[in-house]
Design a protein around this ligand. Structure first.
Ligand SMILES: [Zn+2]
Length: 237
């Protein structure tokens, strides 16, 4: 039926368009995508913790150096003042002052030693935590890249298929009159992608699957192009 050739071409175009819709849907709903997002988020969280630990460890390093420096100075001072105290030859008041000075310096040495010890303990704790965090980060990153590889591979296949279909589509579009194509595009937007349906031998619309009466069929076929009276899709007799 030469008269309906454009409508047959339209059906071919629609099957390409529907296949493209499915491919795009498939592309954006790969099950690995969600897993990838979760792995990525996990890796980012762990990486942030690792950065925090490294920051704190750097600060501790500086604090230990500073406390050790002060400790060294205080210890030297204690030795000097003790030497003066033991050398004698001072008034009772001077001796008492010096004795108090030595006592104060010894307290300071004690405090600095405690401070260094606390810092070293904190460093040890954080370094132990850092080992675990670094392992978790490596695991999360490798899961992330494993999933990313799977996704890339799947996308490459889908994209190749899309390119093939697009090529066939641009050839198919050439065969269809402009106004019919415009109607088809409008209907596809409104009718979940299905703009055209075959009217089969039992007079059932391939779009909405409702049966046409003899009168409805007659009326549908009198339209240019034929349209289903129920769903208004284009019918291919
Ligand atoms: Zn219909």
């Amino acid at each position: 039926m030469k008269a309906f050739q454009s409508l047959e071409d339209l059906l071919d175009l629609q099957s390409l368009d529907l296949a493209l819709d499915r491919l795009l849907e498939q592309r954006s709903s790969l099950p690995e995508l969600q897993a990838y997002r979760a792995a990525h988020e996990q890796a980012e969280t762990v990486a942030r913790r690792l950065a925090e630990l490294d920051d704190r460890l750097r600060t501790i390093g500086l604090e230990v150096d500073k406390a050790n420096g002060e400790l060294e100075l205080a210890e030297t001072k204690v030795v000097q003042q003790e030497r003066r105290l033991f050398a004698g030859g001072m008034s009772a008041k001077e001796t008492e002052n010096l004795r108090q000075d030595v006592e104060m310096l010894r307290r300071k040495v004690g405090e600095l030693e405690d401070q260094v010890l606390e810092l070293l303990e904190e460093r040890e704790r954080l370094e132990a935590e850092r080992v675990g965090v670094a392992e978790r980060l490596e695991a999360a990153r490798s899961e992330e890249s494993r999933l990313s590889e799977i996704i890339k591979e799947a996308w490459a296949k889908i994209d190749a298929e899309i390119a093939r279909k697009e090529e066939r589509k641009s050839a198919a579009v050439q065969l269809i009159p402009e106004d019919l194509l415009a109607l088809y595009e409008r209907l596809r937007e409104k009718k979940e992608g299905v703009a055209v349906g075959r009217l089969d031998e039992s007079w059932i619309c391939g779009g909405c699957h409702l049966k046409l009466s003899a009168a409805e069929r007659q009326e549908a076929l009198s339209e240019e192009p034929p349209r289903c009276p129920h769903c208004r899709r284009i019918l291919v007799p």
